[in-house]
Design a protein. Structure first.
Length: 135
């Protein structure tokens, strides 16, 4: 199907970049917050802060990340990083199906977000669907 085809093509490109040493990383929480202050209405910057909260902040701040991601989705329902943030939170509570659905919603074959692809690949690998995780 279209999702698998796009995912496979994207993974091929990511593997080339990884082999070349270009592993995508997100900003630190401090950097994301500083960037957001410059353009507070920018949804991508808001999503970067939500994502960084999960990476850098203490676990009690997770609801703040969820609220930020949900607010972004009200304005842009398929925002990939906001959906990936909520998917990570779903995975923390063992809601794999919900996480996968969010990630598939956020997957754009023409412009796949590395966070979405990374988590989808890990889910496929964890499910021992090695053919899908290799795509």
């Amino acid at each position: 199907d279209e999702f698998e085809k796009g995912f496979s093509q994207f993974l091929d490109r990511v593997l080339v970049e990884i082999n070349a040493g270009k592993v995508p990383t997100g900003p630190t929480l401090a950097a994301a917050e500083k960037s957001l202050k410059e353009q507070p209405d920018d949804l991508d910057r808001q999503a970067a802060v939500a994502w960084a909260i999960l990476n850098d902040a203490p676990p009690p701040r997770a609801p703040e990340a969820a609220a930020m991601a949900e607010a972004i989705l009200e304005r842009q329902p398929k925002h990939p990083l906001a959906l990936a943030t909520l998917a990570r939170l779903d995975l923390r509570t063992r809601k794999e199906r919900s996480a996968k659905k969010k990630l598939e919603t956020g997957f754009d074959p023409a412009n796949p977000h590395p966070a979405v692809v990374s988590i989808l690949g890990r889910l496929a690998f964890d499910d021992k669907d090695y053919e899908e995780s290799a795509r």
